[in-house]
Design a protein around this ligand. Structure first.
Ligand code: MBD
Ligand code: FE
Length: 282
């Protein structure tokens, strides 16, 4: 494991995720019925009460929890915390009714509006972008096996040190992000660099909780993708790397065996992996 690079700061990542979330305008649950609110919120409260009874939670602990929750909000880490510890369960429930390529969680670091790129392309990167050159190629098909021409692969990933552009001050805007438009046969070939595992920032409340509980703060190296095409249900997913650190102990519990790439060496230190996506009708 490479631990030589500096740890990302909470201010640089977790906090900016609140801005990104609010900018996407996903907020507002106005259409949820009273009955639904009462049922789900009561179930959540029942779980909290049960934990308090079972573990005889003290006033000291209750006060510490309040203090910590205030810090989560003030530091802007609600998206980070919820995506790390809760989103995987929401995704698995949604996946019960889905066909095609397996989904995974969106996470806190998606930025819409990345530039469109041709089907054979290199992701925007620094002139001296460090890391192993990595070519990711494949085809997008529908559930009947037909190619999906012009499918879009909205892709974003961390750099070789685990930092995301837009969420780490030293990375240029738009780095390692793009919307790749597949060709008439749904094919694509994306050149980039291999991402490193991601470490939850240790200096914010999410990191402090992880440390206080003695858990580890790591996600395995991954690519994020939203694959979309007209008439198809978009797939939000992630792809991982065979043999990589933390693959079997993702802090966000978002890995699936079907979502693991196995890049092979091709030429002068470059690796290549193929993956085909299957979209179901919308
Ligand atoms: C990430 O990069 C990520 O993908 C998730 C789900 C949570 C925190 C950081
Ligand atoms: Fe991520």
């Amino acid at each position: 494991m490479d631990t030589t690079h500096p740890s990302p700061t909470a201010a640089g990542s977790g906090a900016s995720a609140t801005q990104a979330f609010l900018a996407r305008q996903e907020g507002g649950a106005g259409e949820v019925s009273r009955e639904r609110v009462a049922t789900v919120v009561q179930a959540v409260l029942d779980g909290v009460h049960e934990a308090i009874r079972t573990h005889e939670v003290t006033y000291r602990e209750f006060t510490a929890a309040k203090q910590w929750l205030i810090e989560v909000g003030e530091s802007g880490e609600w998206p980070l915390l919820l995506d790390v510890f809760v989103e995987h369960e929401v995704e698995e429930v949604a996946a019960r009714k889905q066909h095609g390529t397996k989904g995974s969680i969106l996470g806190p670091y998606y930025l819409p509006g990345a530039p469109k790129l041709p089907s054979v392309t290199t992701l925007p990167m620094r002139e001296d972008e460090p890391g192993t050159r990595f070519v990711f190629a494949g085809q997008v098909r529908d559930t009947t096996g037909r190619p999906v021409p012009g499918a879009e692969l909205d892709i974003w990933h961390a750099d070789h040190a685990g930092y995301y552009s837009g969420f780490a001050p030293h990375i240029p805007e738009g780095n390692l992000r793009g919307v790749v438009v597949a060709d008439g046969q749904g094919r694509f070939e994306i050149s980039t660099v291999q991402p490193a595992p991601y470490q939850i920032p240790t200096d914010g409340p999410t990191g402090k909780l992880i440390e206080a509980a003695g858990w580890h703060p790591w996600r395995p190296a991954h690519l994020h993708l939203i694959v979309r095409a007209p008439g198809c249900r978009p797939i939000t997913t992630q792809l991982y790397f065979a043999g990589g650190d933390w693959l079997d102990s993702d802090v966000a519990q978002a890995t699936k065996p079907e979502l693991v790439l196995d890049p092979q060496p091709v030429s002068d230190g470059c690796v290549r992996a193929e993956y085909d996506f299957v979209l179901e009708p919308a």
